[in-house]
Design a protein around this ligand. Structure first.
Ligand SMILES: [Zn+2]
Length: 383
């Protein structure tokens, strides 16, 4: 597939820019015209984290004229193993701000726009509309579907990547020329852990991010074979790249022949954890607490762990009492039960024991008290 350049050539380069980008300009496929397109381009990166860091740094160095950053998070020490746009002195600073500062150091000749907000269905269209291309550096399904749907509705290319442990994937979704993310994943995958739960090799982010940045530049200039209708699967342990073809789904609800979804969904979080789901995010747990919902929060860790730190309102019933059945007699069957442990493993076991015993209204907290400490109560001791 050969596409025409995404971005029209803009203003001429200054003498300083000529020098700065000379190694690009020397490449015949890029040349001065290509570099002018890069300068005229407006690229939005959602997330200044593992993928967003190298994406933003390379696109800044490449001379993308306008770089947008969406991130509402603040830099934490556990980010620094892979989120290389941030440094030690940025801990506690907003990621968008920290990224902007670093970019100014890499390339002062470009314009950086920060969107220090949580991307949602009320702001996504307004934020996306001014950009030529959207790059996904997020780590959760709800945001991916949100980005995808907004890109389909606005007709914009969506450069996607994902990383977990030693595995990475990347693709370009653009419903005008090929499949969208929903064509590949019509329904959200359940029980897929994220990097906060399962970990990730830091440098893997650079491998996938560099594919994303490369595809963005190719689309802007209109060179090469875009990664549209294809999925790259990278296995860092085997050091193998596979490229598989992915097709547009004629039944796709947003980009198919008869789309049934003509706008954004009302609630992407809910879409990604449908009724009957057994997981509950710490954010949702907090909302339920603040709302004063009537539920029983059970901590299934050991007493020694409970002593160190606990989620307010939780009662301790160690997993052993579920396994030997002693806990079951005292638990109400007519009340919502929410289980949690350290990171979600033991609570999943307790959950299946309760489900087997006929308890219906029971879920467990995704990521356990670790996620609570990361996202809700950051003063919480992590062990
Ligand atoms: Zn589709």
């Amino acid at each position: 597939m050969k596409l025409s350049p995404l971005v029209d050539e803009g203003a001429a380069l200054s003498v300083v820019e000529d020098q700065r980008y000379s190694r690009h300009i020397l490449v015949p496929e890029i040349s001065i015209i290509g570099q002018q397109r890069v300068k005229a381009a407006k690229v939005l990166c959602v997330g200044a984290g593992g993928l967003g860091s190298p994406v933003l740094m390379y696109l800044a160095a490449a001379g993308i004229g306008t770089l947008g950053i969406v991130d509402f998070d603040v830099v934490e020490e556990s980010n620094l193993q892979r989120q290389i746009i941030h440094g030690q002195s940025d801990i506690g600073t907003s990621k968008a701000k920290s990224a902007k500062r670093k970019i100014a150091e890499i390339n002062p000749y470009i314009n950086v726009i920060t969107h220090d907000v949580r991307l949602d269905n009320t702001n996504v269209m307004e934020i996306f509309k001014d950009y030529d291309l959207i790059i996904d550096g997020t780590d959760n399904f709800a945001t991916r579907y949100l980005i995808n749907d907004a890109c389909v509705l606005l007709g914009k290319p969506y450069v996607w990547g994902s990383v977990l442990r030693f595995d990475g994937q990347a693709s370009v979704f653009w419903s005008e020329h090929g499949p969208c993310y929903r064509c590949l994943h019509p329904t959200p995958a359940q029980d897929v852990p994220n990097c906060a739960e399962a970990g990730v090799l830091g440098v893997l982010c650079a491998s996938i991010a560099s594919i994303q940045a490369t595809e963005a530049i190719k689309l802007i200039i209109g060179i090469g074979e875009p990664l549209i209708g294809a999925l790259i699967i990278y296995d860092a342990l085997a050091m193998s790249f596979r490229k598989i073809e992915i097709k547009k789904d004629p039944e796709c609800v947003v980009c198919g022949e008869n789309p049934t979804q003509k706008g954004l969904l009302k609630n992407y979080e809910e879409f990604c954890s449908p009724a009957g789901a057994t997981h509950l995010s710490v954010e949702k747990l907090k909302i339920k607490m603040d709302r004063g919902d009537d539920f029983l929060l059970i901590d299934v860790r050991e007493a020694s762990e409970f002593e160190i730190r606990r989620i307010p309102g939780s009662v301790l019933i160690p997993l052993g009492n579920f396994i030997d059945g002693s806990a079951l007699k005292s638990l109400p069957k007519d009340k919502e039960i929410i289980l949690h442990c350290h990171s979600g493993g033991r609570s999943a076991t307790a959950l299946s024991i309760l489900k087997n015993a006929g308890f219906r209204d029971v879920t467990h907290v995704e990521g356990g008290i670790l996620a609570w400490a990361q996202h809700i109560d950051t003063t919480c001791t992590v062990y």
